[in-house]
Design a protein around this ligand. Structure first.
Ligand SMILES: Nc1ncnc2c1ncn2[C@@H]1O[C@H](COP(=O)(O)OP(=O)(O)OP(=O)(O)O)[C@@H](O)[C@H]1O
Ligand SMILES: [Mg+2]
Length: 130
């Protein structure tokens, strides 16, 4: 976990958001290599907040960054890992319903994939002092 304690709260539908996180973490476990850390990282941006799930696996082949969110899309070789190719389509649909942008890229600091849920400023709530 790489999450600063003083970050603002986010406004989400808890049930949909739970599904989004479960799918991204499950993918990191299933597709992110046999070994290596899975990191949940939250970073404040000038206009919002990013929540990222990072792994240390093979990452995504070039050109698949958008396609992986389409239904039934699996990268070649993933068919042996038991998935149906629906998880990321669900993540995208639920994120859209909550007004959250979701994207996939490869990490720049390390081999591996990085999935980002991006909140805008209007979705953040400051924690009010007691
Ligand atoms: N963290 C990741 N690293 C590398 N490839 C990934 C990662 N997450 C997803 N993928 C690729 O994207 C494809 C689509 O992911 P998606 O979650 O939609 O389906 P799935 O995991 O195969 O099946 P399920 O419906 O059970 O989630 C995967 O089959 C895999 O090829
Ligand atoms: Mg999946």
């Amino acid at each position: 976990m790489d999450i600063a304690p003083d970050l603002p709260l986010v406004m989400v539908d808890p049930r949909l958001f739970h599904h989004c996180l479960i799918n991204l973490i499950e993918n990191a476990v299933r597709h992110g290599g046999e070994e290596g850390a899975i990191t949940l990282s939250a970073k404040r941006r000038p206009e919002g907040l990013d929540l990222m799930v990072l792994d240390e696996g093979p990452g995504l082949p070039p050109g698949m960054e958008f396609r992986v969110f389409e239904v039934f899309t699996r990268v070649e070789g993933s068919d042996r890992k038991g998935g149906t190719g629906l998880g990321l389509a669900i993540v995208k649909g639920f994120a859209r319903a909550m007004g959250i942008a979701v994207s996939a890229t490869n990490r720049t600091d390390h081999p591996g994939a990085r999935f980002t849920l991006r909140f805008s400023e209007s979705q953040l709530r400051k924690i009010s002092p007691e």
